[in-house]
Unconditional design. Sequence first.
Length: 211
Amino acid sequence: MVIDLTHTMRPGMPVYPGTESPQFVNACGIARNGFAEKKMTFFSHTGTHMDVPAHIIRGGATVDQLSPDRFYGKACMVDVRPKTGRAIDMDMIRPFEGLMRDMDFVLLRSGWSRFWDDDAYFQGYPVLTPDTAAWISVLGLKGLGIDMISVDKEGSTDFPIHRTLLEQDTLIIENLTNLHAVPAASFAFWCLPLKIENGDGSPVRAVAVVK
């Protein structure tokens, strides 16, 4: 079974505050041109997307420099829906430590994707504590996925959690959805980006393949 974990790209979709909304123009039509083709304009971190080291780290790897095998692997889902507050701390992660150490990708289910298309999506979402981010960053993961707009708090200007993860070459996949449909146990995860020259990130089609 293949579970789609990707938000649909469309005009007017939620975007990181300050980013322009994507634009889609029907540049060619079947009746007029004999084929349909869209002109699309969007930022590289629109929708369900991947952050690579070059997004934050000067001289960090770009999308086109990464081998395709970085974009798939064995994954688990970790439920981090907080009962109080917004911190994702080690007390929430520790019960999954053994499982996480054997994975290529860890997906954090906060439940925040339920606010997609609502202003509430952009504020108050759960975030990793610095200590938890540092612990995750040295697991040797290919990537960390979240169902939120960012791994850093809204309004951040130094992006410490991004930096902690990307300095260790842990890719970040943001704005995942449908994590409620994914089992906690091991499954295959795919998040293939566009191969953009000098790309700092890219929208992805993220899926879980569950046997």
